[in-house]
Design a protein around this ligand. Structure first.
Ligand code: THU
Length: 303
């Protein structure tokens, strides 16, 4: 799927941290991608304070208290139906001026955002990203009235946040786990130990090390060990890989780039050696790649 198109119409009653708009746009695109919405989409997002959200909550929902976020969907999805499965409903919300289908309105109280960020021990921007993603899935027909729906909505939120690089797992943690994985490296021939840690879109971590062989060509790199472990346990979408080595920055070899490209052409690739680290996107490490949707790629999903 190419990059989904999303537009926010922002309204500021109160200030927000610098960079918020770009961050939320990145999150919104990942929500569309996770949901499989390919129509250009948009939402109105107003940042306000507790007093104003309290008023809105009373007026529109007859709930007499302030809250963190309110969402007002445009389309009426029927139960069990979400935006990705109802393009015809979304299409009715087409706004010629915005050149997008309007998913609805979101209101966020910055007073609540700050309080919740402090309570959960994370940044104001992470809390903002989470609330926006939560609201966007509401606008796309998700709810959390029962445990099953709640679980499904949480999984979608997690997927979008991870893909937007706002994972619960920090880069430092990924690198630490990649370094830990180096201890299991079987590399008697090269003596070049490599460890990798791969983060899947559903939040799981898979580690791997390089495994050499007396017949050198049978060697498996750390990245592919981690990738194959992940694939064999059902993970199919990935967000970030951290790769660590002792002797130099271990940029992945060509075979690993190709193997990773099959599942995650947009993967963040972080390399680390001691205190040194660097990062690139797989798209830049493997330009003009041959992947599932090129050439004979038509076979995917077909017999
Ligand atoms: N190696 C990796 O594990 N990952 C890479 O991306 C580059 C190379 C391993 C393979 C071999 O065991 C050793 O490093 C030296 O090539």
């Amino acid at each position: 799927m190419s990059q989904p198109i999303f537009r926010f119409e922002f309204d500021f009653d109160v200030p927000v941290p610098e960079g918020t708009e770009a961050l939320l746009l990145r999150c919104a695109r990942q929500c569309l991608r996770a949901e499989g919405v390919s129509l250009p989409s948009a939402a109105y997002l107003r940042f306000t304070d507790d007093d104003s959200i309290h008023q809105l909550n009373r007026e529109y929902r007859q709930v007499d208290r302030s809250t963190d976020v309110l969402s007002f969907p445009s389309a009426a999805f029927s139960p069990r139906q979400t935006a990705g499965h109802a393009p015809q409903l979304l299409h009715r919300e087409w706004d010629p001026e915005l050149r997008a289908c309007v998913l609805g309105d979101i209101v966020i109280s910055m007073d609540h955002v700050r309080a919740q960020a402090a309570e959960y021990g994370h940044s104001v921007t992470r809390e903002l990203a989470y609330l926006t993603v939560h609201a966007l899935f509401h606008l796309m027909g998700y709810d959390h009235m029962n445990d099953k729906d709640k679980e499904q909505m949480r999984a979608m939120e997690e997927k979008a946040l991870n893909a937007a690089g706002i994972s619960r797992v920090s880069d430092d943690e990924l690198i630490a786990k990649a370094k830990d994985a180096m201890q299991f490296s079987y590399s008697p021939y090269s003596k070049y130990k490599v460890g990798a840690c791969l983060l899947s879109a559903d939040g799981r971590l898979f580690t791997g090390c390089n495994i050499e062989n007396a017949s050198y060509g049978a060697t498996n790199c750390a990245e592919r060990t981690a990738l194959f472990k992940a694939i064999s346990e059902g993970a199919r979408e990935f967000v970030t890989i951290a790769i660590a080595a002792e002797k130099s920055l271990p940029w992945p070899c060509g075979i690993c780039r190709q193997a990773l490209n099959e599942f995650a052409p947009d993967l963040r690739v972080i390399v680390a050696c001691g205190d040194e680290r660097d990062e690139m996107n797989l798209r830049d490490l493997l330009p003009h790649s041959f992947g599932p949707s090129t050439g004979t790629g038509d076979y995917l999903g077909k017999d």
